[in-house]
Ligand binder design. Structure first.
Ligand code: FE2
Ligand code: FE2
Length: 311
């Protein structure tokens, strides 16, 4: 038996197509998309349609992630446009609109799946852990936390995503696999990630696959789709996440969310301040500025930067 698990596509259709092509060639018995298919990226409808087609033609299964939940909330919440809370959720509202205000396919996604191995053992899958769609499993997760994260009865295999950082661990008889992120990795490796699980000689083996894809096109999609202009200031940080393979929103939230909600700073100001003090964002802003200059000016700026670096 062969099982492919991909997760955290985050509206990145270019990475999704690349991973799907690799999965098709591998010919698994089952494919599971473990949540965060949409939001935090530029092509939500294309990704949803792509996976729906795979569900129909190849029997792919899906799970709900916290980002599906954020988008679903837009259907039930009415926040005024001038409310700071709207600014924080503007990117998920943009996703909601791109999905034609129809969240029914997201609401139909289950929280947990249980598949059967050839020996009858359970393969349990969920987005982050059995403690919720936002409680993830990391390399630094202590051993004693695992029983609650995996849930009872303890299955032979437990598969998740959510952290955007792949992981394979055997703990107390359970093979724990975090598939990493297909569309938005946070481990410094910009390649798309997914997990292959193979039942061989009465035992499961797991492998993380990393794939290069047309990332420049994925970056262009941020502009071409309108996400960068219409998704609010945080959409700019999401593009930095794609370019650097490091989370930006986590640090922004810790530093600015409360102040923005309290009206102490505007969303735009907070993102500008964060970007100015953040090395990844500064490098991105500089790269974007330089890439828009005419070639002679680009060479001049590059030579000045090289000269400065040599000092
Ligand atoms: Fe995610
Ligand atoms: Fe997530």
């Amino acid at each position: 038996m062969k099982l492919a698990v991909l997760s955290d596509i985050h509206s990145n259709i270019i990475a999704l197509r690349e991973v799907a092509g690799h999965i098709d060639a591998w010919k698994p018995d089952q494919v599971v998309v473990a949540g965060d298919l949409v939001n935090r990226g530029p092509r939500p409808l294309e990704c949803l349609r792509f996976v729906q087609e795979k569900q129909k033609t190849c029997g792919w299964l899906t799970l709900i992630g916290n980002h599906e939940e954020y988008v679903i909330k837009n259907a039930h919440l009415r926040v005024m446009e001038n409310d700071p809370r709207f600014e924080i959720h503007r990117s998920s509202y943009w996703t909601y609109q791109k999905l034609n205000n129809d969240v029914s396919p997201l609401e139909a996604m289950p929280y947990k799946l249980s598949l059967s191995a050839p020996d009858g053992g359970e393969i349990r899958l969920t987005h982050a852990s059995m403690r919720g769609t936002r409680v993830g499993i990391y390399w630094h997760t202590p051993d004693e936390a695992y029983p609650e994260l995996i849930g009872k009865p303890q299955p032979p295999v437990f598969c998740v995503g959510h952290t955007h950082i792949p992981l394979i661990r055997r703990i107390n008889g359970t093979l724990v696999v975090n598939a990493g992120a297909t569309g938005l990795p946070f481990d410094g490796d910009r390649r798309a990630s997914y997990a292959q699980l193979t039942w061989r000689a009465g035992r499961w083996e797991a492998k993380i696959i990393r794939l290069n894809y047309a990332r420049q096109q994925a970056e262009r999609d941020f502009e071409d789709s309108g996400f960068l202009d219409e998704g609010g200031p945080l959409a700019r940080l999401m593009l930095v996440e794609l370019r650097t393979a490091h989370s930006q929103l986590y640090q922004w939230t810790a530093r600015y969310e409360k102040a923005v909600l309290a009206g102490g700073i505007s969303m735009e100001q907070s993102v500008q301040e964060f970007s100015a003090s953040n090395r990844d964002s500064r490098l991105y802003a500089m790269g974007r500025f330089i890439s828009r200059l005419p070639m002679p000016a680009r060479r001049f700026v590059a030579s000045r930067l090289v000269a400065r670096a040599k000092k």
